[in-house]
Design a binder for this molecule. Sequence first.
Ligand code: PGA
Length: 259
Amino acid sequence: MRTPLVVGNWKMHGDLATARELAQSVRDGLKRPRGVEVVICPPFTALAAVAEVLACSAVSLGAQNCHWEEQGAFTGEISPVMLAELGCRLVLLGHSERRHIFRETDEEINKKVVAALRRGLQPLLCVGETAEERRQGLTFTVVEGQLRAGWAGLSPEEIGRCLLAYEPVWAIGTGVNATPTQAAEVHGYLRGLVSELGSKDLAPAIRILYGGSVKADNAAAVTQEPDIDGVLVGGASLQAPSFVAIAKKSAAKGGAPKE
Ligand code: PGA
């Protein structure tokens, strides 16, 4: 039983006033969402302000990254303890922009996943292949490697607290989204791996989101696929009307969770 989850990744956008306004509009547009859970991930600087706006609302708070240590001499880093204190419920880890621009390794991402779990944050691990890797037929190999490394050493109980996102790199911010069939194929593969890495019972329980150029007009087609349990939204989460529409279109029909 999986309730669809819609996560907005604001990336490095917005001053405080804009962040408050956007969070208010999302909150007001989703007062009683049925059959969908919604999380927004503002930049670190806006987390406290957005937490205030979202207090007692149906929309939760998440962060875009964290360090693996709880405190110490790590100039410029933010720890999972700090995020938990601000009311974050989840943290994005291994986003392709972190992997490719900031050269984060699978090992570092794994340490972050472990640290997030220790502090009660749900790690939303992102995996996905580049256009070149897909062209070479390496899609499954790449996502499998990233998943095995990202979840290395986790117990089935810990895997049960994790979230996963398939985000083909060629679809992020490009306007070229994977077709529902292309995405569903990878989601099915990932779900098979969850069964191996966690347990057979976990495979139908873990939520696997799709991310990459999700817009209001393609969200329904993507989330109708049985193995796709919601979406991770970048650009379209910066406008409240489009993000609210995506959340509503991703809701399980009639408010019932996906089986
Ligand atoms: P996009 O970004 O929706 O702008 O393609 C998705 C993401 O980076 O998570």
